[in-house]
Write a protein that binds this ligand. Sequence first.
Ligand code: GTQ
Ligand code: FE2
Length: 352
Amino acid sequence: MAVAASPTADAKHNIQAARQAYYDKAAKFHMAPLWEVLKGLVTPEPKTRCQPALWKFDDVKSLILEAGDVITTEEAERRVLVLENPGLPGQSRVTHSLFAGIQLILPGEIADVHRHVASAIRFVLEGEGAYTAVEGEKALMNHGDFIITANWAPHDHGNPGKEPVMWLDVLDMPTINHFETSFAEHFEEKMQKTNHADGDSFDRYASGVLPDGSPAHLNRTPVINYPYAKMRPILQRLKNTGDIDKRHGARVRYANPVNGGPVLPTMGAYLALLPKGFKGEPYRSTDGMIFAVAEGTGTTIIDGQPFDWKVNDVFVVPPWKRYQHNAAEEAVLFSISDRPAQEALGIWREGN
Ligand code: GTQ
Ligand code: FE2
């Protein structure tokens, strides 16, 4: 039967009913009509449920310290408060592809050695005297240090010091779980044996020489810790010579010294100095960005909404939402995203 050019209400109803009957029939064979869902699958621009959000360190700190009263690291395995994106509640995601959390380790505690397919980074917020041991290197943790735990790298944390130590964890768990490729395992011992001193991998691989015979194709950095004390003066050099990007400020990209690639295949990070009074030009990119404030105060306008930040605050910019940084005083922003994964797939875009 041909469909009339201007069907009456009755005819329209019949068409709908016939279609629904057809869809119901197809569903029994585990098939469905693409034309009903196509517009939601192939959107003209990125669609995200991820919302702009900011976690104030004042709130984060008092809440995570309270966790110290209700559970030990031993019981928790890792004492972490998950930063839940308000648009993705209950999903343990800060963006659609990344997990973020705030970890606390109290004096005398040990977080047992384990390993997993998910890669992790730590960005140290507050407290001194803790370490994280990764692949045999014992990395001391200081404010602003950026520490890498690659896919399947054994890692344990400890705090032989006197203060609580807090840091930002970012892991690619949602990406790994998207591919359904998660593995994890524990070890017999609580701590791994460390035979590499603090800073060993940085000195070996990031000093302009490489251990002879180093592989040239490493898809992750061999450096365990990029210490803030070594990075901060480089930002000062960029600022002094006016090498200041109009959108991002004086910015360095954390690199794999073997080949200049990103630190991890799934996550890439930057450190940027915003001079006092900096008014950045608007920018957007397809990678959702997680920012942590290493120094200073300022305001970032995200999708028209102002977010005021100060030291150790964490904030999120969803994919393809426009943002623009303003620094009330000289500030340093750490940022991390899934950009390397998007670039590897050829799908990363930026704009203004
Ligand atoms: O420190 O090993 O935030 O395995 C989530 C999973 C931290 C860790 C997290 C982890 C860790
Ligand atoms: Fe872990």
